[in-house]
Design a protein around this ligand. Sequence first.
Ligand code: DAH
Length: 339
Amino acid sequence: MLNKIESLLQEIKSLKADSADAAEQLRIKYLSKKGRVSLLFEEFKTVPADQKKAVGMALNQLKKSTQDVIQQLKDTFNRDEGANGQIDYTLPGTSRPIGSRHPLAVVRNEIVDIFARLGFTVSEGPEVEDDWHVFSALNFPPEHPARDMQDTFFVNKDPDVLLRTHTSSVQVRVMETQQPPIRSIFPGRVFRNEAISARAHCMFHQVEGLYVDEKVSFADLKQTLLYFAKEFFGEQSEIRLRPSYFPFTEPSAEMDVSCSICGGKGCNVCKYTGWLEILGCGMVDPNVLDSCGIDSKKYSGFAFGMGIERIAMLKYQIKDIRLFFENDVRFLEQFKSAL
Ligand code: DAH
């Protein structure tokens, strides 16, 4: 009996088929009720008790091998060929799960896209910076608290090697290497030594904007930002500018946009004020232009900076900034976008 099984196994291993039909015929020949493998199972009843264990195992192995061989033969035909042996282009393809963009990338791309329509180019700068580009050239006085260990991450305790605390540093790099007209935005990652909470993180993203040319005025700044607000938050959006202070702009302002959730009537997102603060801005301080090699008597400019996380949180009503960095797929896969 064991010999019979062995020789049938050899026979089956060398089986060939030239079509799916032929493979099906082989299945009938070996595996159907009256097939050759099945008949051996019939014969098994006559095997003496002391051989039953060995023969039974061999039989089961034979059946499994036969099924595998025949399935393999069938697969070669089923994979991509129709009944006439041609490739069947109508068969559905193998689908693969499609990822989605990170919400911060979605928002950044949308911001870049809006300013690109106004003729702004995109530039980038290094995340590890020096004091000059992050602070000194931007008119930060020596005793300014942002220069303190408390707020800034220094690399190797060297006061001149630090992680940039804002993307305003890229303004300096661009003005040092280009002459006006300059019309550019700088998206990027920034770092601050802050305790992590639902509202703050030690690493986040900003988009900085800079426009320098002859006769650039505050009206240009206001109109540019109004255009941005309407494109991003909707045509009905309004903006308001509140006086503020930044060392590198004079005058400086903070901009609020009318709350797009309640339309300005007041809700818990805008804390019942009808307004959401979204960015800082101002006219580039003449000291900054001069520090970067641009003639402040001839040129003027405006600058602005916004936090991408903050804008994304407003847009999608996300209540906790930490969600952006936990990479939980259930959170991330909700953001499908064309951009
Ligand atoms: N750099 C500022 C910050 O990180 C944001 C900012 C404010 C940028 C005013 C500007 C500006 O360009 O004009 O808080």
